[in-house]
Design a protein around this ligand. Structure first.
Ligand code: PMV
Length: 344
């Protein structure tokens, strides 16, 4: 039997699968954990899923493998990342009779671990592919919970368009899941991603959050205000009120970085080009261009704009010294299975 015929045979149980997921950018930021072991967020968040960037993941479950193995863009993933992959898969194995380990191959079409949310798309693609390979039929909410164990923001990448992530109150984390708010077509905003440095960040989000929670004098105020920011963003979305969304999103981003800057020692994720791009975005808005900025735990700048303004904003940001590639993305769909192809 050829491999394809074998794959299509109904007698062969599904033990391999593929999936695609897109990263997302939080407009109301997640920064801080209420439980590090279960990866439970201390604050709710709200994001947009980016259609132009993707992670594609193939997974094969093999009876002879002694441990899960994973590559990203052809290279073995780092030990801390692999540990998170293994514990996510352990949670999934616990839901089935299958104890086989996995051979995982992922590809990103954008820089990894540089503040472009590669862990979000990575873990969302992983759980969708793995659920399929393990033969688990899980609701999107449960996929979101599993993805969250790998990376908090991955819980949001299970869904497309505008997505809200609850911090939940339960100690088992069953209520710390994402849910979709608006489909991409409901408000088809554009997002310009301006890359200012492709090197992996030196302080991971998890370490930065922990350091902020334990040493930043602003951390408690940040957590106390998070629900109000979420409500303001929800209302702006419901009314398709771009100016209000811009105001709450920039405030949330700047507050997150203020919390990190006030840690001891302070965490500075931005570089000079990040500052210049943020200033340029504000100037453009003063000149009537509907655009606002967002920056995560890395130096890249994301500019969110009304439909039709992406190319202009990309051109303006691309002209700033220190800004490398710019790309314009529409909003993307949630994570989805792909047809399985053999490992090359
Ligand atoms: O998903 P994590 O654990 O890498 O954390 C993401 C943190 C930020 O990107 C800075 C904010 C967010 O809400 O995505």
């Amino acid at each position: 039997m050829t491999r394809r015929a074998e794959q299509e045979s109904v007698d062969v149980p599904v033990r391999r699968a593929a999936a695609e997921a897109h990263p997302n950018i939080a407009l109301v930021k997640y920064w801080g954990k209420r439980d590090r072991t279960r990866n439970l967020p201390a604050v709710p968040s709200l994001s947009v899923t980016l259609g132009a960037l993707w992670t594609r993941t193939r997974i094969g479950l093999e009876p002879g493998l002694e441990a899960d193995r994973a590559t990203l863009n052809g290279e073995a993933v780092s030990p801390p990342q692999l540990a998170r992959v293994r514990s996510t898969l352990d949670c999934m194995r616990a839901l089935t009779d299958c104890r086989w380990h996995a051979q995982i191959e992922s590809h990103n079409n954008f820089p990894t671990a540089a503040g472009l949310a590669s862990s979000a798309s990575g873990f969302a693609a992983l759980v969708v592919a793995a659920a399929h390979a393990f033969g688990l039929e899980l609701e999107a909410e449960r996929l979101s919970e599993l993805a969250r164990r790998g990376s908090g923001s991955a819980a949001r990448s299970i869904f497309g368009g505008f997505v809200e992530m609850a911090c939940g109150v339960r100690s088992d984390g069953a209520d710390a899941v994402a849910r979709p708010l608006l489909a991409p077509s409901d408000w088809p905003l554009e997002v310009v991603v301006a890359t200012t440095d492709t090197a992996p960040k030196t302080v991971t989000s998890t370490d930065g959050m922990e350091h902020s929670a334990t040493t930043s004098v602003f951390y408690d105020a940040w957590v106390a205000r998070a629900d109000a920011d979420l409500l303001a963003a929800r209302e702006a979305l419901a009314a398709r009120d771009f100016d209000s969304l811009a105001a709450v999103s920039e405030a949330s981003c700047l507050k997150m970085h203020a919390v990190a800057l006030a840690a001891r020692p302070g965490l500075l994720y931005w570089n000079g080009a990040t500052v210049d791009a943020v200033r340029r975005i504000r100037q453009l808005r003063e000149q009537g261009v509907p655009v606002f900025f967002s920056v995560d735990a890395g130096p890249q700048v994301k500019a969110v704009c009304l439909p039709g303004y992406g190319e202009r904003v990309a051109m303006e940001l691309g002209a700033i010294p220190g800004v490398g590639d710019t790309l314009v993305s529409g909003l993307g769909d949630g994570a989805r299975p792909l047809p399985w192809e053999p490992f090359p």
